[in-house]
Design a protein around this ligand. Structure first.
Ligand code: NAP
Length: 257
């Protein structure tokens, strides 16, 4: 990869206080790009080439103000990494609509709003939008209905956008992530200790995932299945390596009855 290309990049990333968004922010800065970090906490440690912008992605007005501010400052991102997302158990004992709605607003509606505002930015040139989807859109968890539907909706919307904008310089890329070790990894109260144990064992650290994610974004591949396809053997090796000492010491967790 030609590293000089990053010097001309202005990257907007949502959800940068932790996990994948934080790791991608650090990596793009390290490569010399300028980053606009959108997060609801506002404060992020000051760094060269980093501008923090406080916004809750669920709030349409705040997102609209962000794009107004970008236009006024003549800051035109060429890459939008729409990463902010939440994971909730919304269909446990009862169906919790508020949680479902929150997940849909954050994971799907907000991303579509960013796409609409990003496409409307008045300027020439190429623009890339990246959706952060999940293997849950293929392997749904019945307790996390909103998460499944939002990630499926995201994947399908980006398929449609990709087809529609094929010839006009707008790129739509979809990352389909498997388990990555971040705050998001909580498998929820429904998970047995064994499930949690296996998931922790097969997850990769966010910093490691960030490298592969940036390589994908800079490639001309439209969709990237991170973990299940490209890392199946790696995960198996990690699982065996974690299991063997636990078997010897008898510290394997048992499934909840
Ligand atoms: N980790 C995984 O295994 C995995 C697997 C598949 C897909 N993904 C996807 O990857 C993305 C990043 O997840 P992660 O694992 O890095 O999770 P994370 O550590 O929980 O980070 C999520 C980020 O999104 C931000 N965010 C949430 N709601 C927001 C809102 N309304 N407005 C602005 N920012 C908001 C959070 O900020 P606050 O600190 O303010 O909450 C946080 O910075 C998500 O879209 C997730 O669905 C993750």
């Amino acid at each position: 990869m030609n590293e000089n290309r990053f010097l001309h990049r202005l990257v907007l990333i949502t959800g940068t206080t932790s996990g994948i968004g934080a790791a991608l922010t650090d990596l793009y800065l390290k490569k010399g790009a300028r980053v606009i970090a959108v997060n609801r906490a506002g404060a992020v440690p000051a760094k060269q080439n980093l501008v923090a912008y406080q916004a809750d992605v669920r709030e349409g007005e705040q997102v609209h103000d962000l794009f107004d501010w970008l236009s006024k400052k003549a800051l035109y991102p060429d890459l939008f990494i729409l990463n902010a997302g939440i994971h909730r158990v919304d269909n446990g004992e009862i169906f919790a609509y508020r949680d479902f709605e929150d997940v849909m607003d954050t994971n799907l509606n907000a991303v579509l709003r960013f796409v609409a505002e990003g496409l409307a930015l008045k300027r020439e040139g190429r623009r890339t939008f990246v959706a952060v989807s999940s293997t849950s859109n293929i392997l749904p968890n019945p307790h996390c209905l909103g998460y499944y539907i939002s990630k499926l909706g995201l994947t399908k919307s980006f398929e449609v956008f990709r087809e529609k904008h094929r010839s006009n310089g707008f790129e739509f890329k979809t990352l389909i992530l498997g388990p990555i070790r971040t705050k998001m990894l909580g498998v929820g109260p429904m998970a047995s200790p064994l499930q949690t144990f296996v998931r922790d064992a097969i997850s990769v650290p966010a910093e490691e995932a960030a490298g592969a994610i940036v390589r994908f974004i800079e490639s001309n591949k439209p969709v990237f299945n991170y973990t299940f396809k490209s890392h199946a053997v790696f995960h198996l090796a990690r699982l065996v390596k974690t299991l063997i000492p636990k078997i010897y010491t008898g510290s394997l967790p048992t499934a909840r009855k």
